[in-house]
Design a protein. Sequence first.
Length: 403
Amino acid sequence: MEFFRNTNIDFLGKKWYFLTFSLIFSVAGLLSMAFWHGIPLGVDFRGGTLVYVKYAHTPDVAAIHAELDGAGLKNPRVQAYDQVHNSNEVLISLDIQETSEQALDKGKIQIIQALESNATPGKGDLNNSSSLNIQNYLLEKDPLHLGADASPRYTAIAQAIVDYRDKTKGGVLSSLDELKGVADPAVLASLQDSYFVSDFGIRNVEIVGPQVGAQLRGQAIRATLYSLGGMLIYLALRFEWIYGVAAVLTVFHDTLITVGAFSLLGWEISLTVIAAILTLIGYSNNDTIVVFDRIRENIKLLRRDKLADIVNKSINQTLSRTILTAGLTFLTVLALFLFGGEVLRGFSLALVIGIVIGTYSSIAIAAPILVAYQEWRAGRGKPPIAMPLRSGSNPAPKEKVKV
């Protein structure tokens, strides 16, 4: 199947338009990383505390952020979570980096105190109380007058209340009346005296320590650099070193624009985003090699043509394959971005941007670098670098490629 037959688009003739496009987005990303938003590292890399909060209604992210700021929490990050399924959850990131159990409780307590705008003085929050807390309260008040045999009964009641809240109601009760079928009226009346129901519940608390974050950050940087180095060596051996340099510069261009887009949007770069960037490096490299392979074949067939003409012809010949492959992959990751949920949102966004930019750069960046280098060599009176033949093929008469 082919979308295009016998196309003759002058891609190299439009190289200045491509260069302008790349410069605009690259510079915008660099400025954002340097002066505006920085590189928005996720908790995976910078360390900190993640608090998952479930609301009884659609959460107002701006209002939540204002409440956290008002409570004196430093650099809180609030992000709507799982919007596709309307779960009314937000993810709050704090810079608490201790890894002890006390730190878990500290983050949870700080969030609860900051968000309880409708708190009733002197009363506990039933949506954020543990079964042990409720059990101890019932044992103290003994609303059913059970005396010495109260502990097993109140333990079961407290656990039933928490199970109903967490498993049936998704972690948030709207009112105490919802517990009428779960606990005795006397128990509910007693709870009414000392508990109120807030509009949110803390679902989970996670901590990444600063040392672990630094290790993950170093590993991510090394993985990216190793992949670029391996690609440079592979292409230098398969083609010539300049083709490896062109491919690495192209992938660096793609990565810069992708990370710059995350900075401009203020989206955090997590481990899954790094995985997407490594995937992007492989994808862009593969697309570039397809074009390079066709250039190599055409150099052997069209030895008397100028390199610029050969490169243009090669890009046009692989254009249909490029559009088919990139288009199908793009539709897949776009569906993942739209319907994959909040957990995969950063990963899929990196792939959406990366596939578009990676396909573009294979045509608009990698190939022009080859031609520019050959023209530079010709300007200095040096012979152009020709592609090596495939191993095992019959050598053709050596003729220089015109530039």
